[in-house]
Ligand binder design. Structure first.
Ligand code: ADP
Ligand code: MG
Length: 253
């Protein structure tokens, strides 16, 4: 099998501080991986490296078969220019804790902006696809609403649909429900659960261990910039082998 996300010896430093130490991972197509771990353990940094919002300090990352940040010619590797990195970045869709929608655009326009401007998809096609996506996230009736007219849960569902409109190979979620009022968490998790059922490859940073238990194929526990333990949800969440994992899980539950 060709992994869709693959890391070998990935490291990331900020000045003298090493945020990621020697990350090795392999994620297959259609897998849902939940990334858990204490604050500051490097979860966001790992997603940001996969999304190329940050570049690695050492090691290598592949997404959808492409080595991130480099182009190969014969035996030589050349660093990519920013415009080429922007193209590579389209393989991943990212959903953040804060929804950051375009505030002056309607829900529909939020979804059509990228496809028409960046992918050069004809406006009519982009509109049809956007309407289908808004329906998938349960917001067909909100296509003309501006973000300010939507609840946090609705905005986050638009943000998920907007990322999907770019047809990424992998969806990355960084604590997508952490900024929501508790009563709005369920509707966003429901959209993510349905997305997982469609076979989308997903990496989800979350403290929602119930979601991880139910939806994830594998759970990775991170601490101090390392992946300390991996396994099925029942292995990692129910019978963790590492003391650090056990401590974390009992603190979150
Ligand atoms: P998590 O998402 O698990 O809470 P992060 O990946 O955000 O953790 O951060 C991991 C560590 O890297 C933290 O100690 C954080 O302070 C540090 N860090 C993250 N981004 C930067 C940055 N741009 N500059 C300096 N340090 C950073
Ligand atoms: Mg984080």
């Amino acid at each position: 099998m060709n992994p869709i996300v693959h890391a070998i010896g990935a490291k990331k430093s900020f000045g003298t501080f090493q945020a990621l130490h020697d990350i090795n991972l392999s994620i297959e197509r259609s897998e849902v991986v939940c990334l858990i771990g204490p604050s500051g353990s490097g979860k966001s940094t790992l997603l940001r490296c996969i999304n190329q919002l940050e570049s690695l300090s050492d090691g290598a990352l592949w997404v959808n078969g492409e080595l991130l940040g480099f182009r190969r010619e014969g035996n030589k590797l050349y660093e990519l220019k920013d415009s080429e990195i922007a193209r590579q970045r389209l393989s991943t869709g990212m959903v953040f804790q804060r929804f950051n929608l375009f505030s002056h655009k309607t829900a529909l326009e939020n979804l059509t902006e990228g496809p028409t401007q960046i992918l050069k998809i004809p406006a009519r096609t982009a509109r049809e696809e956007a309407l289908n996506l808004l329906e998938r996230v349960g917001l067909a009736n909100k296509c003309d609403a501006y973000p300010v007219e939507l609840s946090g849960g609705q905005q986050q569902r638009v943000a998920i649909a907007r990322a999907l409109a770019m047809k990424p190979a992998v969806m990355l979620f960084d604590e997508p429900t952490s900024a929501l009022d508790p009563e709005l968490v369920g509707e966003v998790l429901a959209v993510m659960r349905n997305l997982a059922k469609t076979g989308m490859t997903m990496i989800v940073v979350t403290h929602e261990l119930g979601f991880a238990r139910e939806v994830a194929n594998r759970v990775f526990f991170m601490d101090h910039g390392q992946i300390v333990e991996t396994g099925t949800p029942s292995q990692v969440l129910v019978k963790p082998t590492q003391e650090r994992t056990r401590d974390f899980i009992s603190a979150v539950l």
